[in-house]
Design a binder for this molecule. Structure first.
Ligand code: DX5
Ligand code: ZN
Length: 241
């Protein structure tokens, strides 16, 4: 079987990952097929336990159910307190990549290694209130760092522009030290904020609302997220102090 992990992708290219949290849960399979046809590179699946974040989403059974609708990679974002207890069930369900939070309980390095031992690539995320320094010691043993650009727990929130210096700082460390690590952003990604995130050094853009609820349709939405940075009014307004 071919390598479908995110490790197999270039850290230089732009990738768009629709988040199923914003899809119509009553027709997830067809929604996944439509997003793939519209140009999605892989899918982001948000798992919430009602404890690590104040919301519930879905579990491994749903991941398994949608797995048969696409061959694109599944990027599972575990917003749960005890990743050791649950990650293997998502591997079995069809995950290709698993991101855990540095704020979760357990031995972070050991969990990341065990995820890799299960054949997935491994990512590490941090909440907006956690210092970037918390993830830097792990850059040698992760395939991806996910910078949350909203407080995790809910879709449809506004992008936190004060996370842009953090994205840039992470990009600078990764480039300076030559780490093979993807920089992913998640939360409030629109055409305007995608341009800001790309300019700061992000290459994997997770987007829920702006893809699945796009009035202009998913294909146009995904294209606008992938487009090179512009200097249109919206983007300019966000750049201003
Ligand atoms: C938030 C999730 C995100 C969410 C993004 O806790 O991690 O993946 O689905 O949704 P939007 O793109 O609507 O901000
Ligand atoms: Zn997410």
């Amino acid at each position: 079987m071919s390598d479908r992990t995110l490790r197999s992708l270039s850290t230089k290219s732009i990738y768009i990952a629709p988040s199923l949290l914003a899809a119509d849960f009553a027709s997830l399979g067809p929604q996944v097929e439509a997003a793939e046809a519209a140009g999605a590179d892989f899918f982001h699946l948000d798992i919430m336990d009602g404890h690590f974040v104040p919301n519930l989403s879905f579990g491994a059974g749903v991941v398994r159910a949608v797995r048969s609708y696409t061959d694109l990679p599944f990027d599972v974002h575990l917003m749960i307190s005890d990743p050791d207890a649950y990650f293997a069930s998502f591997v079995t369900a069809g995950a290709d990549h698993i991101t855990i939070h540095v704020e979760s309980q357990g031995d972070t390095a050991a969990t990341l290694q065990t995820i890799r031992d299960h054949g997935c690539s491994a990512g590490l995320s941090l909440k907006p209130g956690t210092a970037l320094d918390a993830v830097l010691p792990f850059l040698d043993i992760v395939d991806l760092v996910l910078v949350m650009t909203v407080e995790p727990g809910f879709g449809g929130q506004a992008f936190m522009t004060d996370m842009l210096p953090r994205i840039q700082a992470l990009r600078d460390v990764i480039d300076r030290d030559g780490h093979a690590v993807h920089v992913q952003v998640d939360g409030g990604i629109t055409a305007a904020t995608a341009a800001l995130a790309r300019d700061a050094g992000a290459r994997m853009l997770v987007a829920g609302t702006s893809v699945f609820k796009a009035p202009e349709g998913m294909q146009a939405a995904i294209r606008s997220l992938r487009a090179p940075a512009t200097t249109n009014g919206d983007t300019q307004a966000l750049r201003s102090p």
